[in-house]
Ligand binder design. Structure first.
Ligand code: PMV
Length: 307
């Protein structure tokens, strides 16, 4: 039996714009998904027969990368699904890591590439941000400056250079709306808006500019500047139509005790993140406004073998 685990992530800045090849910053967080895989006579997931509808990420990974026959797959974790915290990426990464182990040929870059192809296949459109962050851990910067990327992923005219990013210890509070929001339809909605209007194109460019600036603020440890950029990033995401009243409420509730706050991930529900040095007060504000707070630690390891 092989047991692996992979972390969830939060996107600090640049979600949605990254799908268009723009820069983004993501960090792995200490909420992990564990996956155990054992050869078996047939395919099961948590005791149920493998189902194309319910286990789409695992099915896609098996179709593309596993030739070895039946598997007994079990998953358990702290990551609510559809929460915007990268649960599907963590599942895909942990599972791909496990089958590479069974095949006796693990390689970090290969896991990141394969997991991206699975997300792309299931969602229709995607960037490698979630899968790269979950594979590598720590922080990642996509398409930023600097040489020597961890890996480069190209798709048509889009190209993502994935760089390692040292992540300072920061207090981050995540507020989960409790609304399950699948990524695919939101990504497709932004694409339609982008194709139809110059305004959406300009908004994506503005997010890209803010993210570049955010990278500098992060390097210099300027939390005040970074927080402001995050809050502006949230407004631009709202303009793109991916926020919702519940996310806006949690962002507003957090701001009096935070440097900045924004939705994180694809939006439409899911979660927001606040940069704060008063985490208890932010958690309380989120709870009071109907959300579930998670106090997360950044700077954690990527996918790993547990057993
Ligand atoms: O919904 P999440 O947390 O998996 O975030 C996806 C991030 C997007 O930029 C919206 C999509 C992508 O594939 O990059």
């Amino acid at each position: 039996m092989v047991v692996t685990s992979a972390p969830g992530k939060l996107i600090l800045m640049g979600e949605h714009a990254v799908v268009f090849g723009k820069p983004a910053i993501a960090m792995a967080v200490d909420l992990r998904l564990r996956c155990s895989v054992e050869r078996a006579g047939r395919y099961t997931v948590n005791g149920h027969p493998l189902d194309r509808r319910y286990h789409s990420y695992i099915v896609s990974a098996i179709d593309q990368f596993w030739k070895g026959g039946g598997l007994d797959i079990r998953t358990i974790g702290d990551l609510p699904s559809g929460s915007g915290l990268g649960s599907s990426a963590a599942l895909t990464v942990a599972f791909v890591r496990a089958i590479e182990e069974l095949d006796g040929k693990y390689d970090e870059e290969s896991v990141a590439r394969r997991a991206f192809l699975v997300e792309l296949h299931v969602q229709g459109r995607a960037s490698p941000i979630d899968t790269s962050a979950s594979t590598h851990g720590h922080g990642i910067l996509i398409s930023g400056e600097g040489n020597d990327p961890l890996w480069t992923i190209e798709l048509g005219d889009r190209r993502w250079d994935v760089h390692h990013l040292d992540v300072p210890q920061m207090s981050m509070v995540i507020g989960y709306t409790g609304i399950h929001a699948p990524t695919g339809p939101l990504v497709a909605k932004v694409k339609r808006y982008y194709d139809r209007t110059n305004f959406a194109k300009e908004t994506i460019e503005e997010i890209a500019d803010l993210t570049e600036e955010g990278q500098t603020r992060l390097k210099t440890g300027d939390v005040v500047g970074l927080g402001e950029l995050m809050t502006r990033n949230h407004k631009l995401l709202s303009i793109l139509g991916v926020s919702c009243p519940e996310l806006n409420r949690l962002v507003r509730a957090s701001l009096p005790y935070s440097y900045g706050a924004k939705l994180t991930g694809s939006g439409g529900g899911g979660s927001m993140v606040a940069l704060t040095d008063e985490p208890e007060r932010v958690c309380e504000a989120i709870r009071r406004h109907g959300g579930t707070p998670f106090l997360v630690r950044t700077g954690v390891e990527g996918v790993r073998l547990e057993k």
